[in-house]
Design a binder for this molecule. Structure first.
Ligand SMILES: *Cc1c(COP(=O)(O)O)cnc(C)c1O
Length: 447
């Protein structure tokens, strides 16, 4: 597997290198030059097998020659030890719940695979690595859990002290061992800036710092698997499938694009967004303008005014977009529109959808999942296309108890994984936003 950079000014690299470095040296994002394809018969032959087994059969082909079979199988079975329920809403609509992992967010799917693959390569080369990551909540906890207990990697998570919920904080601070939580007296953007500065700091280059953010190709590839799974679990019914994906940075949607490229018969990909509607506008009129600052909506993990994965999408459709959003070559807009539809959902529609899905079907969803559902309903009403559809629930309702309770009157029950952190002791260090203090901290901590 060879990967190229979307900015086209960096050499091609192996999967291992793309995984360990994250961003290409020309600041572009890595994309596979080619992917294996699966015939319909081949995909159908995966029916009746478990989630990890489907993941193994797909990834074994995608990562052929990159990871030995036995290790790959062990990594996958260790990463995917939780349920992936498909809940029926009505005859043509299902909700796939990606909220049953250890941090109750779909980010577990990607983070757990990425962590184990990194560990595999580092162990082989007897190398150590430190992951630095800034988080506004969900990513940090998924990353911390995914890397927890691995030998060759330590993780330092920076979070804004007043901007994460108690529960989010506890998911990062109660682990210990190779996970260090840093409470920063500042905002998410300050944490992000400190991390970026550390990566660029020559005097820290001997510390082997790496990032685990959503632009890493190691996070996208595992996010293609649950689209195979959805199709297979519903396979007696559909020839084709529509998928609605609550989207922010568009990594989840790129996983779906990869799955479609590999042969999963997906008729249309619905990238459903909140009021940050730069992508629907781009698909409508062909002009791209980021939203600065991004709008604060209820589905807060999707408050993204310039999704970094957009340059990957544009690359797949033959165009070129750099990291700041300038398009130097137009993608094939007609095929793009043919494959992808993007609809924007307001906060009031989000709330109404949480209420409606509970009252009509007895199903609890949270704001991100509600954007997915409403995006699908809008698409149907505009096009009259009633093809069987799956919409994704990307977080557990118990992560957003107040919104869920306001609309439904129901207090969502905490899953076991979130309950566990409640009584545990918290460990964290406190720093200001001053870079030199942070630098000194890293130099002392990481010797
Ligand atoms: C990160 C996140 C999203 C958005 O996913 P992208 O891959 O960034 O589009 C949606 N829902 C939840 C709950 C998330 O944490």
């Amino acid at each position: 597997m060879k990967l190229y950079s979307t900015n086209l000014k960096a050499p091609e690299v192996s999967f291992q290198e793309a995984l360990i470095t994250g961003l290409a040296p020309d600041r572009g994002l890595y994309m596979p030059k080619s992917l294996p394809t699966f015939s319909k018969e081949e995909i159908d032959s995966f029916k009746d097998v478990s989630y990890p087994e489907i993941a193994y059969r797909v990834l074994n082909k995608v990562l052929e020659g990159e990871v030995d079979d036995k290790s790959l199988k062990a990594i996958i079975y260790d990463a995917y030890n939780y349920d992936v329920p498909l809940e029926k809403v009505d005859d043509i609509t299902y909700i796939m719940r990606l909220d049953r992992g250890p941090t109750a967010s779909f980010k577990d799917f990607a983070a757990r695979m990425m962590a184990r693959l990194m560990q595999y390569y580092l162990k082989k080369e007897e190398r150590q690595l430190t992951i630095l990551t800034a988080t506004s909540g969900d990513t940090g906890s998924a990353v911390a859990h995914a890397f927890y207990g691995l030998d060759n990697i330590r993780v330092i998570v920076l979070f804004p002290q007043d901007e994460v919920s108690d529960r989010q904080r506890k998911q990062m601070t109660t682990l210990g061992e190779n996970i260090t939580a840093l409470s920063i007296d500042g905002k998410f953007d300050d944490c992000q800036a400190m991390v970026k500065q550390a990566f660029a700091d020559e005097e820290l280059s001997h510390l082997n710092l790496s990032s685990a953010n959503s632009i890493n190709i190691g996070r996208l590839v595992p996010q293609s698997i649950y689209y195979f799974y959805a199709y297979l679990k519903l396979r007696d019914y559909p020839e084709e499938l529509i998928v609605s994906i609550p989207s922010g940075n568009f990594g989840n949607m790129m996983g779906c694009v990869l799955a479609k490229t590999m042969g999963v018969p997906i008729k249309k990909i619905l990238a459903s967004v909140n009021e940050n509607d730069e992508v629907p506008t781009f698909l409508d009129c062909g002009k791209y303008a980021k939203i600065v600052p991004s709008k604060n909506c209820l589905s807060n993990a999707m408050n993204v005014g310039h999704p970094s994965n957009l340059s990957r999408l544009i690359a797949i459709y033959g165009g070129e977009m750099d990291e700041i959003g300038n398009i130097s070559k137009e993608p094939d807009m007609e095929s793009l529109r043919n494959d992808i539809y993007s609809g924007s959902v307001t906060d009031s529609e989000t709330k109404a959808t949480i209420k409606e899905i509970y009252e009509q079907y007895g199903i609890l969803i949270e704001p991100h999942g509600a954007v997915g559902v409403k995006g699908l309903l809008e698409f149907r009403s505009q096009t009259g296309d009633n093809t069987l559809a799956v919409t994704l629930e990307t977080a557990h309702p118990a992560k957003f108890p107040e919104h869920v309770k306001n609309e439904t009157g129901v207090e969502p029950e905490l899953p076991q994984s979130l309950k566990e952190v409640e009584g545990k002791e918290e460990y964290m260090d406190y720093l200001s936003t001053d870079y030199s203090g942070f630098k000194k901290y890293l130099q002392e901590k990481l010797i």
